[in-house]
Design a protein around this ligand. Structure first.
Ligand code: GRF
Length: 229
């Protein structure tokens, strides 16, 4: 088999997407190998989980660097290069990266965002989706560009917004899809199947089943008595 792409996962918190990527990469046939989990916070819960899987971890505390984002990123890149990393997957990494970093990792830097981009970039996506009254919400895996949550889309999964949804129920429904979507999209990138044409990412040999879509559940039948229509 050809060499697997050495990949770093960058986290800031609980690391459930990281866990989904680790689980996928535990299969030797998966085209990416997780060479490093790096956190900008020592207290990120995901670090312990990564360690328990025997994955190398590193902490580069962003707060130590204050406003010097370039110095913070240089310290991170020392870790990335030290671990022979070729691809970087952001998974709940809560720092905005500089244009320089994004340019150096162009088309090798991928992010997951909990909305159907370009709707709802930024924070609090589930509350904003509920407030906007959208009927479909979801998640997006995209290549990173300098704008926040901007860049060519690799994959999206949609979920219905149900009438009694709260932020928590909607977040949980989206998160379940994130855990399916991210491993699939990272695999395409690691296998060299992604070609970028301007703002659009094309996936080689993509089948209909690779376009993850989650249709609405059928509505409950309306009572027939007195129904008009
Ligand atoms: C996810 O919802 C992801 O889409 C967003 O941050 C959250 C991270 O969750 N970027 P986890 O740390 O992967 O559990």
């Amino acid at each position: 088999m050809t060499q697997r792409a050495r990949t770093a996962i960058l986290i800031s918190g609980r690391g459930s997407n990281m866990a989904a990527l680790l689980a996928a990469a535990a299969d030797p046939a998966y085209p990416a190998e997780i060479a490093l989990v790096l956190s900008n916070r020592e207290d990120a819960a995901g670090l312990e989980l990564a360690r328990s899987h025997g994955i190398p971890t590193a902490v580069v505390e962003s707060r130590v660097f204050g406003r010097d984002r370039a110095a913070f990123e240089r310290a991170m890149e020392a870790e990335l290069h030290g671990h022979g990393v070729r691809l970087v997957a952001l998974a709940g990494f809560m720092r905005v990266l500089t244009e320089g970093f994004v340019a150096r990792w162009q088309d090798r830097l991928v992010n997951i965002h909990p909305s159907l981009l370009p709707a709802f970039p930024g924070l609090d996506t589930h509350a904003r989706a509920l407030a906007a009254g959208v009927r479909l919400h979801g998640c997006t895996v995209h290549l990173v560009r300098p704008g926040v949550d901007d860049g060519p889309i690799l994959a999206q999964a949609a979920v219905p917004v149900l009438p009694d949804d709260t932020e928590a129920t909607l977040a949980a429904r989206v998160l379940a899809q994130e855990h399916r979507l991210y491993p699939a999209a990272l695999a395409w990138l690691a296998a060299g199947r992604v070609r970028v044409e301007g703002a659009v990412a094309r996936i080689a040999a993509q089948t209909a089943e690779g376009v993850l879509a989650n249709p609405l559940p059928l509505p409950a039948p309306l009572p027939t008595s007195g129904a008009r229509g």
